[in-house]
Design a protein around this ligand. Structure first.
Ligand SMILES: [Zn+2]
Length: 113
């Protein structure tokens, strides 16, 4: 279990967060993401620049980025990633891999301090 998270925050069996405590949006880095997208384990590996990469087994996503995922607005998602310093080619490859592996969103419980 990630540090500082209790059993009410993280499902050990599924390896998925239940609440948004200590999570941030995988695209823009925003706090308190509202959704979690589990990814198909057999589809999270991809190659960029001849190097192998592996995505996390889930991505947490904020409201705004979720709307871009649903709306198919990959340009906006890519620009949010590159704004945070992710290399353009890596952002594109990650996004393509995410799209292929995405098992669909579930809602996270808002962690109240
Ligand atoms: Zn976001």
């Amino acid at each position: 279990m990630p540090p500082d998270l209790g059993p009410e925050d993280f499902d050990e069996l599924q390896r998925l967060p239940i609440t948004n405590r200590d999570q941030s949006c995988a695209f823009c880095g925003g706090d308190r993401p509202r959704f979690v997208h589990p990814l198909a384990r057999d589809r999270i590996a991809f190659r960029v620049f001849g190097k192998g990469w592996t995505l996390p087994t889930f991505w947490t996503v904020c409201d705004q980025c979720e709307a871009s995922i649903e709306g198919g607005n990959d340009a906006k998602l890519r620009s949010r990633m590159t704004d945070r310093g992710t290399d353009e080619e890596l952002a594109q490859a990650s996004l393509t891999a995410f799209r292929a592996a995405d098992l669909g969103p579930s809602t996270l419980i808002d962690a109240v301090e």
